[in-house]
Ligand binder design. Structure first.
Ligand code: LRH
Length: 489
């Protein structure tokens, strides 16, 4: 119905947006209007890295005020953000500590320390979650014990924002799975892992499925009068979960690449895979809406180029860096993007150059050469992980859907299509906000299910296809061999 407004609050590591989705009559097309956009990022204080969640809350309120001033009197609202980071609250709801960024180096060595107490195998068997130092499991392991004991509740960032807006404390499941604390069998927090961290189950609010109605504003916010009447709905609050809901898939055998600050490459499945091979290769099973799983791999992603761009003082736009890279010789310098040294180095450009020196490659000098190195290396990782994913699942893909901001990078899409010899469907860039919006529509009943939602997205937004072009086979073989060598260096 035209009169139904669904607002998505979608906050990534580098920017946030408040957008409004409407369905032009049931079965029609979906439109998305941006209401408000703001920057996001962590900052350093006394040697630690923190997010400013008060600022995020203020920007959300500003966005909703703008919605009202544009004539939206009534709407539903869903919130999604990046995963794994958490907020500790006391009984009254005050924060016990500022919110650490997952890139904080306090987790250096945490993986090794934690697994002195419990093996990686037994954790993987329980949770199906890949070992990454950013996981909440490892973050909580190094968190001050006294503060943890003091915490009445532990909320992930979107849960916290829902709490600030509505007063209700929830643990939305798609994001909760990224903590690395959920047990696949019991579908609840794992007792052994909680005991290891010295936490109790009561410190986590009730698990909540996407689609559940959370309620309206707190009394204080309702009393303001400058905000629309909002009904908050739990969406898939993990941005990657929403991004995959927003994939305009129309075939059965598709893989996805959610391309933003991170590149998340994988496949949607009905069940988790916790085979020894999946564990050994460190693939993860994140929970999706409607009981699905995303079997995927985290790749360092556009973070690499975001940092490079920042270090050039912002003098090149992303588009310009892509253009410069397109003029360079392919596969001249290659990095293994997932090396932990790229998680948050003091200088990304120096780190890339040092890496190339260390592995005996030509050292990229110009902005074009650096950008080319990043894009070639990302495309090569996509190639290797797609082979793995098809092997581990025993399913062959007929296409790869690239969604998120990275879908705009035509050069990267084409290199990936050529390496993979697979057709790439790029877009929409706003799939996360779309996944957020359609979840609200399913919840209120204007859209039947995710299959219908994806059809609606497919017919409402532009998708660019990149058919594979023939790549010089000597060049390809050499590049693949070099990347394989780096993976084991
Ligand atoms: C992408 C993302 C990803 C997580 C990382 C912390 O924004 O949510 O899925 O692994 O951030």
């Amino acid at each position: 119905r035209q009169d139904q407004y669904h607002i998505a609050i979608d906050i990534g590591a580098s920017s946030g947006r408040v957008v409004c989705g409407t369905l032009q009559e049931p079965g029609g097309t979906l439109s998305l209007t941006e209401i408000h956009r703001f920057r996001n990022g962590f900052s350093e204080k006394n040697g630690n890295l923190y997010w400013d969640v008060d600022y995020l809350f203020a920007e959300i309120v500003k966005g909703l005020q703008k919605a009202k001033s544009k004539g939206i009197e009534q709407c539903t609202v869903g919130i999604d953000t990046w995963a794994v980071d958490y907020v500790l609250l006391d009984q009254e709801g005050a924060r016990i500590h500022e919110v650490f960024s997952y890139r904080d180096s306090r987790t250096d060595g945490a993986v090794q320390s934690l697994h002195r107490n419990i093996s990686t195998e037994s954790v993987y068997e329980k949770t199906g979650i890949q070992v990454l130092p950013i996981n909440t499991l490892y973050q909580l392991f190094v968190h001050d014990q006294v503060e943890l004991e003091e915490a009445h509740s532990i909320l992930l960032v979107p849960d916290y924002l829902y709490y600030r807006l509505t007063g209700r404390r929830i643990s939305e499941v798609t994001n909760a799975s990224t903590t690395g604390l959920l047990n696949l069998q019991t579908r609840d927090y794992d007792a052994d892992l909680l005991a290891l961290l010295g936490l109790s189950k009561e410190q986590f609010p009730p698990l909540t499925e996407p689609g559940e109605r959370i309620g309206g504003f707190t009394e204080e916010l309702s009393a303001r009068g400058d905000l629309p009447v909002c009904e908050f709905i739990a969406v898939a609050t993990h941005d990657t979960a929403s991004a995959v809901l927003g994939v305009p898939a129309s075939s059965d055998n598709w893989g996805f690449l959610s391309s933003g600050t991170w590149s998340l490459i994988g496949v949607e499945r009905a069940s988790a895979i916790t085979s020894p091979e999946a564990m050994e290769r460190n693939y993860t099973n994140e929970w999706g809406a409607f009981g699905s799983f995303r079997f995927l791999k985290n790749i360092m992603g556009m973070w690499l180029i975001q940092k490079v761009r920042e270090e050039y003082g912002g003098q090149y736009s992303f588009g310009e860096l892509v253009e410069l890279a397109a003029q360079e010789i392919p596969f001249r310098s290659i990095i293994y993007c997932n090396d932990e040294r790229f998680l948050n180095p003091p200088s990304m450009i120096s780190e890339i150059r040092c890496y190339c020196v260390e592995v005996g490659q030509l050292v990229p000098q110009t902005p074009g050469e650096i950008a080319r190195c990043v894009f070639d290396s990302l495309a090569l990782s996509y190639y290797f992980y797609v082979q793995d994913l098809q092997l581990l699942t025993g399913e062959k893909w007929d296409r790869l859907h690239i969604v998120g901001g990275g879908a705009n990078n035509g050069l990267l899409c084409q290199i990936a299509a050529d390496l993979l010899e697979m057709e790439i469907y790029a877009g929409p860039t706003e799939s996360t906000a779309l996944g957020n919006v359609v979840m609200q529509m399913i919840s209120v009943g204007t859209v039947a299910d995710i299959k219908e939602a994806r059809k609606i997205i497919y017919r409402s937004f532009d998708v660019t296809t990149y058919p594979p072009q023939v790549m010089d086979s000597t060049l390809k073989t050499a590049a693949l061999a070099e990347f394989a060598r780096l993976q084991v260096v």
